[in-house]
Ligand binder design. Structure first.
Ligand code: SF4
Length: 466
């Protein structure tokens, strides 16, 4: 639905558009992850399975704070730029069957753990509202019956503005939803035509009005640059129109063209895609425009009004990073429901079967649908902490990181030595064991983070840093 979901590869942070000067071409060409987790999903393997998940769930203390993620992998039509894990369907039965399995999975998983305290719920996809108002409410009722959802819990959902009306908005309020994330991308008709997603400005305005009338005032918009036939003027016009609606948060991703991986992207006219220099101009101009509209830049690709909790956490250097990108969600465990969904427990990551059939067969058998994952070592936890701080704060006090995990102060010294070429280029500076990414180095923060990644050598194919 949005430009960033748990399993979406086809969106890039502005880092992807760093202009390669002669001194840093080699850096810019490095293939590095986006670090929405560490270790990253390509390192997950079958050693972690349903039995592991059962064991890990059973070890959660009853006061563990929880975040819940629900994945709905259906859409009404396929947008040609899409990189999400979703499929097009207009039939009711597969969606109904999927809803029943989500509820059965909620019963199953909640029965395997004593942890109940929910601080955060996020619905992603796909298009979660494909479950229909009755289906959404039914799943939400099941969550409320099995978990203790705090009165101040954040309950967020990704929405397609084309499907939002007063009826859906009222349903969302009854479910307890208090934050909505709308996929906007670009508001120019010729760009919408080129990406196979016709969603006029009036439709977005009407969706926002319906949500606000119902009482859902916390809004996030997802925007994209680097789209086919999208000029700099188109992008800036979209930003002006969107800023007038005053969402508290915005994300801005560059379209990543990966037709070998997402075959429907072959519908996109490659000749109409902006080149690297134009993408760089777009990313920079969009950032400047959003800042001029009063937004604070958060990490690589998010923006928030100064009063928004995300901006506050960014200023306090307590922001987190998860599979949705930058987040205020600091729960101790993430339980994920639905096909392909990725959960995170203190012991490690678990991922459900990506195919709906395989997912549903496991649930029918009364087994967790986990097919792969990764058990975190102490080394993973320490490095993951350092990488998260770099990605969120553009700096990391490595001695503080080492202290938090009870490892020696010199834990990162070998990694620090590898920073020297970046220091030489003026991309990072270092004081004792604190690393600070310079303004010039910010677009390359993924490269900086990768120097602390002990798994990278074994990695699969990632997006290039540029
Ligand atoms: S609405 Fe479009 S972009 Fe969003 S998940 Fe569906 S097909 Fe992909």
């Amino acid at each position: 639905m949005t430009s960033m979901t748990q399993t979406q590869p086809a969106a890039e942070s502005p880092a992807a558009d760093f202009p390669a000067s002669p001194g840093n071409i080699a850096l810019a060409e490095r293939s590095v992850p986006r670090y929405t987790s560490y270790p990253t999903a390509p390192h997950f393997g079958p050693a972690v399975n349903g039995a592991t998940y059962r064991d890990w769930l059973g070890r959660l203390a009853d006061d563990t704070s929880l975040s819940l993620y629900l994945h709905v992998p259906f859409c009404q039509t396929m947008c040609s730029y899409c990189g999400c894990h979703t499929k097009v369907t207009r039939k009711v039965e597969p969606i109904e069957a999927y809803r029943r399995h989500l509820e059965a999975e909620i019963d199953l998983v909640s029965g395997l753990t004593a942890a109940r305290r929910v601080r955060h719920i996020h619905w992603g996809g796909g298009t979660p509202s494909m479950l229909g108002p009755a289906g959404l409410e039914s799943v939400a009722r099941r969550l409320a019956a099995r978990f203790d959802i705090g009165a101040d819990a954040e309950h967020a959902i990704e929405l397609d503005p084309r499907q939002v009306d007063d009826g859906l908005a009222a349903t969302l309020v009854r479910m307890g939803v208090n934050r909505a994330s709308l996929g906007v991308q670009d508001l120019n008709p010729h760009v919408q035509e080129a990406i196979g997603r016709i969603q006029p400005h009036e439709v977005v305005v009407a969706a926002v009005a319906a949500l606000q009338r119902a009482g859902i005032g916390q809004l996030s918009f997802d925007l994209m640059y680097g789209l086919p036939h999208q000029s700099l003027e188109d992008l800036l016009r979209t930003i002006d129109q969107v800023a007038a609606l005053k969402p508290g948060r915005l994300s801005l991703f560059g379209y990543a063209h990966v037709p070998w991986f997402k075959t429907h992207q072959r519908l996109i006219d490659e000749a109409a895609l902006p080149d690297a220099a134009e993408r760089f101009r777009q990313a920079n101009a969009a950032r400047d425009a959003l800042i001029a509209h009063g937004y604070e830049a958060i990490g690589l690709d998010h923006f928030a009004l100064p009063s928004d909790s995300m901006a506050i956490m960014a200023r306090e250097q307590t922001l987190k990073r998860n599979f949705q990108g930058y987040t205020t969600d600091d729960a101790e465990a993430l339980l994920a429901f639905g096909a392909s969904a990725i959960g995170r427990l203190p012991q490690g990551f678990v991922q459900n079967a990506p195919d709906i059939g395989g997912y549903q067969r496991s649930i029918d058998a009364g087994e967790p649908a986990t097919v792969r994952g990764l058990a975190l070592s102490l080394d993973d936890k320490v490095r993951g902490d350092a990488i998260e701080r770099l990605m969120c704060d553009f700096s990391a006090d490595l001695e503080a990181v080492a202290r938090r995990h009870g490892v020696p102060q010199d834990f990162f010294d070998a990694d620090l030595a590898r920073l020297q070429p970046l220091e030489h280029e003026g991309l990072v500076s270092r004081k004792a064991r604190t690393v600070v990414v310079s303004d010039a180095g910010k677009p390359l923060v993924r490269v900086v983070a990768s120097l602390f990644d002990a798994h990278l050598a074994k990695a699969g194919r990632h997006s290039a840093a540029v």
